[in-house]
Design a protein. Structure first.
Length: 262
């Protein structure tokens, strides 16, 4: 086990499964104390579980107060929680779906950044001494639009520029807090369970594998490794960046439209 993050405290939203669970495990392996914040209970026992609703500001206030009371500091925030929101187009998507997807995928990340900064500022003796890393999960859909999944695409695009705004804000105030976004392609996580039920896991996965130039979807741990790097001091000069971990989808045009989901 590495001790790279020894003494540091990390919150991972949506940390009970998928990319969040993989990230929580890697952060813990690196020595961090991890708080898994999710609506569903964690399955593997990594870190300390706290039931948390990313769409509720009151839930964020309670989470931050709890972490500062019990762990005494906050160094890393991974805003991972997200939902798919269907494949609706601009004409077929109803307002309720749009609002639900944005409440989780973009407003939830906004609140995560807001309260991460508050917590990280309280960790040091003063604002100038505050130090930390915020990692926001966007998607390849936040870099490259398609005609469908408009609510999801727009929400992930919002995360991309929100991240840059937060990075500049913290840099201008010399907080020592970095903020970066990760943009996965297709990752084999429970977010695809609905699709597997409709078309079958094997044919569905084969279809998505073929949409990645690298020839396959990612495993959650592969995205977790990118998050770990951004959370650590190994990326100390990186802020406001968008890291595409997408198997090559955004490197150029393909003969068929690339599937955009992370």
């Amino acid at each position: 086990m590495s001790e790279e993050l020894s003494g540091q405290v990390a919150i991972v939203t949506g940390g009970a499964s998928g990319i969040g669970a993989a990230s929580a495990a890697l952060l813990a392996e690196a020595g961090a104390s991890v708080i898994v914040a999710d609506l569903q209970a964690a399955k593997d026992g990594t870190g300390r579980f706290v039931q948390h609703d990313v769409t509720s500001e009151e839930s964020w206030q309670a989470l931050l107060a709890d972490v500062l009371k019990r762990e005494g500091r906050l160094d890393i925030m991974v805003n991972n929680a997200g939902i798919a929101g269907g494949a609706g187009s601009v004409e077929s998507t109803d307002v309720a779906t749009w609002q639900r997807v944005h409440a989780v995928n973009s407003e939830g990340v906004f609140l995560g950044c807001k309260y991460a900064i508050q917590g990280m500022k309280k960790t040091g003796p003063n604002k100038a001494a505050a130090k930390g890393s915020i990692v926001n999960l966007s998607s390849v859909a936040g870099l490259q639009a398609g005609a469908g999944a408009i609510a999801y695409t727009a929400s992930k695009g919002a995360v991309r520029l929100l991240t840059k705004s937060v990075a500049l804000y913290c840099a201008e105030r010399k907080y020592g807090i970095r903020c970066n976004s990760v943009h996965p392609g297709g990752v084999d996580t429970p977010i695809f369970d609905g699709l597997w039920q409709m078309v079958g896991r094997e044919p569905g996965k084969a279809f998505l594998d073929a949409r990645h130039p690298i020839g396959r979807m990612a495993e959650p741990r592969e995205i977790g490794e990118v998050i770990l790097w951004l959370a650590s001091d190994r990326s100390s000069f990186v802020t406001g960046a968008e890291i595409a971990a997408d198997g090559g989808i955004t490197t150029g045009l393909m003969r068929k439209q690339a599937f955009a989901a992370g």
